[in-house]
Design a protein around this ligand. Structure first.
Ligand SMILES: Nc1ncnc2c1ncn2[C@@H]1O[C@H](COP(=O)(O)OP(=O)(O)OP(=O)(O)O)[C@@H](O)[C@H]1O
Ligand SMILES: [Mg+2]
Length: 266
């Protein structure tokens, strides 16, 4: 082979080599971009899902608040005002002995109704959880439950209380409400215990009842992927969105405990 042909072959081999390298690089860039795009899409999907869950939680919270308010007005404030009206109706101006007592009673009853109304108007604020915080909102919800039902309700704390992020508090409060609704609907319990546990590494909330309990296996409730009805499924899904661990411990005849554990990131 002469020198010229050797050079041509060399150029061809080098060109093919360069083409392969360039092709490889283009392929790599393409695969990398595809991966980036799909991870961006995944992140966007997670964000959309998170916002949707926040919105749903807010709407459900408002619905529950409305139910609580209508019950409070009917069972409590309405009763107190009816009693005040009855007391005023039975006042006899000629009987000065009972008159003063009845006036005092009516004053007390009306003052109580005003105070209850004030408390209620605070709960009407939809961003209540933001103003009051998780702890106070839970306390208030339990106060209403105590008034309206025959449960013995106990609240216990462990550690120094702190606030969580607004969205975390909102999701946890909604989980708490669903746990309470489940107790009212299914448990036939007489005692409800709610425990707040604050540590420097995590926040934990437990809601326990001493009711009929249920078989978590029969209900198809895997402890990692809370399942069963919509309520528990939503709880599991929402807990994951704020990176919290949520589990339900229950046995027939031995009550139920729902636990949310949220690791603190900063
Ligand atoms: N505290 C509890 N005590 C007894 N049984 C419970 C309790 N919590 C849940 N369960 C059982 O687990 C099942 C699933 O609960 P879940 O909240 O998912 O659904 P639901 O309350 O039946 O319906 P939904 O919440 O969708 O209105 C309930 O039907 C009930 O049998
Ligand atoms: Mg439910």
């Amino acid at each position: 082979m002469d020198n010229l042909s050797e050079q041509v072959i060399l150029i061809i081999v080098a060109s093919v080599f360069l083409l392969i390298v360039a092709g490889g690089i283009i392929l790599l860039v393409y695969v990398y971009q595809r991966k980036q795009l799909s991870s961006l899409k995944e992140k966007e999907q997670l964000r959309v899902d998170f916002e949707k869950q926040i919105l749903e939680s807010k709407l459900e919270m408002q619905e529950q608040t409305m139910k609580n308010i209508s019950q409070e007005i009917h069972d409590n404030i309405g009763q107190v005002l009816s009693l005040a009206k009855l007391t005023i109706n039975t006042m006899n101006a000629n009987n000065s002995e009972t008159l003063q007592e009845k006036i005092n009673n009516s004053k007390e009853l009306i003052a109580k109704a005003i105070q209850d109304l004030r408390n209620l108007s605070r709960t009407l604020n939809t961003d209540n959880i933001n103003d009051l915080g998780l702890l106070r909102s839970v306390e208030y919800e339990l106060e209403l439950l105590k008034k309206a039902s025959a449960y013995r309700v106990e609240l216990s704390f462990d550690g120094e209380a702190y606030r969580l992020e607004h969205k975390q508090e909102l999701i946890i409060f909604r989980i708490f409400q669903e746990a309470i609704q489940n107790i009212i609907k299914h448990s036939h319990a007489s005692h409800i215990l709610v425990t707040f546990h604050y540590t420097s590494s995590h926040f934990e909330l437990k809601i326990s009842d001493d009711g009929v309990g249920f078989d978590t296996h029969l209900n198809g409730i895997n402890k990692k992927e809370l399942g069963g009805g919509m309520g528990l499924r939503n709880i599991g899904h929402r807990a994951k969105l704020i990176a919290a661990d949520c589990s339900v411990e229950s046995h027939p005849g031995k009550g139920t405990t729902l636990q949310i554990k949220l690791p603190l990131t900063s």
